[in-house]
Design a binder for this molecule. Structure first.
Ligand SMILES: NC(=O)c1ccc[n+]([C@@H]2O[C@H](COP(=O)([O-])OP(=O)(O)OC[C@H]3O[C@@H](n4cnc5c(N)ncnc54)[C@H](OP(=O)(O)O)[C@@H]3O)[C@@H](O)[C@H]2O)c1
Length: 282
């Protein structure tokens, strides 16, 4: 029987790591497979599909996916389910960056929407569509562990039962940043930290429910840290001129697609193939 084409999707694919993942998947997958480059800028997406038309063997297609739209993840998942019967690889990568001069209380609403509520929506919408051998990967950061959070706050993100619980914790943090009560308290000043911890917590929560069924099917649900890269998001904070390019950083993430699932990586935060401990080690 002919193998079903594999279907991949990357969010935030108009630049940086997302674009590198689309390119790498198009090269790594096979003829007949399809990689959906998604984003909120339709003109840029058309440029990308034209630029990557010959990079294949897999085909690159574009789909509008503004992750801040609360309905779009489910709509797109339904469309792909109808079109292809399921999905095989999803990278939840989109990020709203912050700059050093930004007023955290002014931006945190949009920030939590794009980086966190969108992540749980993608997990809910695409998780049920994963076929055998599937990968559902959230691009997070090494900052996304409890080591970067005051112990008094660990319970907000540790051992949460449902993705709704993760959203509730994110909303409480967002509200505290918005009304100023987070400042001067135990919350880290850098909004990236609670946001990345919440992404990793969301993956851990979903993975706890799916692990037993997924491992025999060679399905991986995990979060990843790509390491410091030279992209728009990092350039505003640091001199990253010597940091790896997105294409270089994408290699370790693409290996998680290529290689059989390592059970110890399931549900965890993975950096360069190694698990980054969720809880502080002694
Ligand atoms: N850069 C680093 O050193 C670093 C380190 C650790 C982790 N990471 C993580 O790696 C991932 C990729 O980061 P990056 O550095 O490649 O970022 P980037 O170059 O700034 O690209 C971010 C992407 O997200 C898209 N995006 C923003 N808002 C969106 C929305 N509402 N809907 C859909 N797409 C949206 C952007 O689209 P537009 O082009 O339309 O703006 C862009 O394609 C992120 O999760 C980031 O947190 C990065």
């Amino acid at each position: 029987m002919a193998k079903a084409p594999r279907i991949a999707l990357v969010t935030g694919a108009t630049q940086g790591l997302g674009l590198a993942l689309v390119k790498g998947l198009a090269q790594q997958l096979e003829e007949g497979d399809i990689v959906y480059a998604t984003g909120r800028d339709g003109i840029r997406l058309k440029e990308i599909t034209a630029e990557l038309a010959a990079v294949g063997p897999a085909e690159v297609r574009d789909e509008l996916f503004d992750v801040s739209d609360p309905d779009r993840a489910q709509q797109l998942a339904d469309t792909l389910a109808e079109r292809h019967g399921g999905v095989d690889i999803v990278f939840n990568n989109a990020v709203m960056g912050v700059a050093p001069g930004d007023d955290a209380s002014a931006i945190v609403g949009a920030y939590a929407q794009v980086n966190n509520f969108a992540t749980t929506r993608v997990l809910r919408a695409f998780g049920p569509l994963l076929r055998d051998g599937g990968r559902l990967i959230v691009v997070a950061s090494s900052l996304g562990t409890l080591s970067y959070l005051a112990p008094v706050l660990h319970g907000r993100f540790d051992n949460l039962a449902t993705l709704d619980d993760v959203d509730t914790s994110v909303a409480a943090w967002r509200d505290a940043v918005q009304d100023g009560s987070a400042f001067g308290g135990p919350w880290p000043a850098f909004v990236n930290i609670p946001s990345k911890i919440a992404q990793v917590a969301a993956v851990r929560t979903l993975a706890a429910h799916r692990r037993e069924d997924d491992l025999p099917r060679d399905i991986l649900v995990a979060s990843v840290c790509p390491g410091m890269m030279n992209t728009r998001t990092s350039q505003v904070w640091w001199d990253v001129s010597d940091a790896p390019t997105p294409d270089q950083a994408a290699v370790a993430l693409l290996n998680l697609v290529k290689q059989p699932v390592q059970p110890e990586q399931y549900g965890e935060l993975v950096r360069d193939g190694q698990v980054v401990p969720w809880r502080p080690t002694a």
